[in-house]
Design a protein around this ligand. Structure first.
Ligand SMILES: Nc1ncnc2c1ncn2[C@@H]1O[C@H](COP(=O)(O)OP(=O)(O)OP(=O)(O)O)[C@@H](O)[C@H]1O
Ligand SMILES: [Mg+2]
Length: 487
């Protein structure tokens, strides 16, 4: 299950543009294919199934938009990012209407392109990574699995089976880390829309002012700075499935608009008076108690009932402890193979210790715990002493563990570090700073063992060796940061 290199197809008639993208993305460990025309691109998409396509609009022969239309007709799931010049706003709108994932403007901003491509790779892989809720015949099958055979999980599987083939909205509830997103993706994979796009929108991660334009799009001139129009996720996702994560955090104005979409199947772009029909299945998830939010007036009751035509309530891990050994086994074999370790066994005392832990962060917490143990483990038995809980055992379980907090604070720390080091040392960009930290950390955790560290990081040994040299790291049993590459 080692994540393979993401495959990017660059389509441009100009060889030097293709060459600069090749250099940029090969550095970031992408596998690059090039096509010099739309016709060639179509053949390559069929033959090589890239994760993401980056394509110029203006090309002789079939232009980017015509090519995009043709690709979408046989493969609507591969995200296509179009490249366009500032002047051609009209073609931009047309491009997005034809189903482009996003567009990037010339002259190119490297950082922006990287971000857009990365996001597209994630979306592309999530669409293809099948999520199964039936036990797989063999682990070799390339699928993620929802693990658990306890009574409460059987109920969940029944519901997934029942709703998959309908277009009904589904509301998935449960504490943080219980697998809500996994369930949403399983429903998608078993639905008749599985060959169409699946887009997830995290309502709490997008600033309030942006969420509405993300979802519904806007017309050119709809607000200051809207130099060109942009379709929203609903339009891009036409025929597919949209997953509104953390719906409890959706601001009231957006809630009203969403309600209208659910009632009429039509969206209205910001700045437009006309509405457009869309055919999108909506799923939503939240770890909040929406009943309380309705009482407090922060969530609309009518929207709640519209969304909750079917509700799938995921059990907390502490309420399905029978599944614990199976989950431990699943994560152990998954991460051991990812890190290149032999199979690791668990002793009974470790299982007993895990059973008495409340797991406020549920399956995600268990998964992280096992991952961390494996990185530090000597030998191939996981013992009770090896377990390091991030929350004290025995204490009352916090009802809603804020899953994103930790992640956010990591970013805050990195941001501060990058800010502190302005202007950045020559030859180092912000990504290098983050990368260097990650590499040092991974090497430390693996006691300087480069093959384990490279497997953990999902890069080749060769790449790791190059980076070690670039950042002037010295490896013996402990890793020290040199200053090379910083000045
Ligand atoms: N039943 C399960 N079997 C296997 N893995 C699971 C299961 N439930 C959750 N996971 C794993 O736990 C992690 C968290 O799952 P997921 O992101 O779906 O949770 P969530 O309910 O959406 O959490 P949050 O509310 O914090 O967003 C993921 O890595 C997922 O693969
Ligand atoms: Mg989630």
């Amino acid at each position: 299950m080692t994540p393979s290199q993401p495959r990017l197809l660059v389509v441009d008639d100009e060889a030097d543009v293709r060459y600069s993208f090749r250099r940029l993305f090969e550095k970031a460990d992408y596998d690059i294919a090039e096509a010099a025309s739309g016709e060639q691109a179509i053949a390559m998409v069929r033959a090589e199934a890239p994760d993401v396509i980056l394509m110029d609009i203006r090309m002789p022969g079939a232009d980017g938009i015509a090519t995009l239309r043709e690709i979408r007709a046989f493969d609507p799931r591969t995200p296509v990012i179009l490249m366009t010049a500032y002047s051609s706003t009209q073609s931009t709108i047309e491009a997005m209407k034809a189903g482009a994932f996003d567009y990037v403007l010339k002259p190119f901003e490297i950082g922006k392109i990287r971000t857009v491509v990365q996001a597209a790779v994630k979306v592309s892989r999530d669409m293809r990574q099948v999520v199964s809720y039936q036990p797989l015949l063999s682990r070799e099958q390339h699928a993620e699995e929802i693990v658990g055979t306890s009574g409460p999980m059987q109920e969940v599987y029944k519901l997934i089976g029942r709703v998959s083939n309908s277009d009904l909205p589904v509301l998935i509830t449960g504490e943080s880390g219980t697998g809500k997103e996994l369930v949403a993706r399983a429903i998608y994979h078993h639905s008749r829309r599985s060959q169409k796009p699946f887009l997830a929108v995290n309502c709490s991660a997008i600033p309030e002012q942006l969420l509405e334009s993300e979802l519904f799009g806007y017309l050119r001139g709809a607000f200051t700075g809207a130099l060109s129009g942009k379709p929203g996720k609903f339009e891009v996702c036409d025929g597919g499935t949209i997953f509104l994560d953390e719906i409890g955090d959706m601001p009231p104005a957006t809630q009203s608009k969403l309600l209208r979409v659910l009632e009429s199947g039509e969206i209205e772009k910001i700045g437009s008076t006309r509405s457009t029909r869309v055919d999108v299945r909506v799923m939503a998830a939240t770890n909040r108690n929406l009943g309380e939010a309705i009482e407090k007036g922060s969530f609309r009751a009518d929207l709640f009932y519209r969304l909750r035509v079917v509700e799938i309530a995921l059990p907390a891990l502490r309420d399905r402890l029978d599944d614990l050994p199976m989950l431990v086994d699943y994560f152990l074999s998954r991460y051991a193979s990812l890190m290149g370790l032999e199979k690791v066994a668990v002793d009974d005392r470790a299982i007993a210790a895990l059973r008495s832990h409340p797991f406020p962060g549920n399956v995600r917490e268990l998964e992280n715990l096992i991952k961390n143990c494996l990185v530090r483990l000597h030998g191939n038995v996981l013992r009770a002493e090896d377990l390091e809980f991030s929350h004290p055992a025995g204490g009352a379980a916090a009802p809603a563990f804020p899953g994103n907090l930790a992640e956010e604070s990591v970013f805050d720390v990195l941001f501060q570090e990058i800010a502190r080091r302005q202007p950045l040392p020559e030859g180092m960009d912000a990504f290098d700073i983050v990368e260097k930290k990650l590499i040092v950390r991974a090497l430390e955790q693996c006691d300087g063992n480069q093959s384990r560290a490279s497997r953990f990081l999902g890069i080749t040994r060769n790449t790791l060796r190059k980076r070690v040299r670039k950042y002037g790291l010295k490896i013996d049993r402990s890793v020290t940061e040199g200053e090379a590459g910083e000045d």
